[in-house]
Design a protein around this ligand. Structure first.
Ligand SMILES: [Mg+2]
Length: 172
């Protein structure tokens, strides 16, 4: 897994997570809680995210957010862009995309972006926190993938996992 020139990142549970539950449960409960109006204030950036992204930028690696949203496309892009702005990550990502709510969506976005940028599959890496939404869709289209360790993902030995996001630097 060497010579990566582009890295795709999931959002929830990979770059940021709920302050209350961190990596203990899947993060999406936050958006389903009707009592929570301003979800931004209930989220925090995961440690090492900023420093890792700054290093990737220095290395000239292309960074892309692929975050699944159940909303229609225009609304979904508004929401994810607002979140990126809230966390002040705009300068650290080359592209930001709200992917569709079905498992294969991220794989489709990855292939489309690689085609557009003329980058071979072997140069790409997907980093996520969820096997079905991040890891499997990338692998299915022939892209290397890494999972950030959490309490909610099984410690399946076949999966490549990293403890901290900064550990992905060892895979480049
Ligand atoms: Mg996630």
């Amino acid at each position: 897994m060497k010579n990566k020139t582009i890295i795709f990142f999931d959002g929830d549970g990979t770059l940021w997570y709920p302050i209350k539950t961190k990596h203990t449960v899947k993060p999406h409960w936050l958006y389903k809680d009707v009592n929570i109006k301003d979800y931004h204030s209930h989220l925090m950036l995961i440690s090492t995210v900023e420093s890792t992204l700054k290093k990737l930028k220095k290395l000239g690696i292309i960074t892309v957010i692929l975050s699944t949203h159940p909303h229609e496309k225009v609304e979904a892009y508004k929401i994810i862009n607002k979140k990126v702005k809230y966390f002040n990550l705009g300068e650290l990502f080359t592209e930001v995309h709200a992917t569709r709510e079905y498992y294969e969506s991220k794989g489709e976005y990855i292939l489309e972006i690689l085609r557009k940028l003329k980058i071979p599959k072997t140069k790409a890496l997907m980093v996520g926190d969820n096997y079905l939404w991040d890891y499997k869709p990338a692998k299915k289209v022939g892209i290397d993938a890494l999972l950030v360790k959490s309490d909610y993902m099984k410690r399946d030995k076949r999966l490549k996992t990293v403890k901290n996001l900064s550990d992905i630097l060892n895979y480049l």
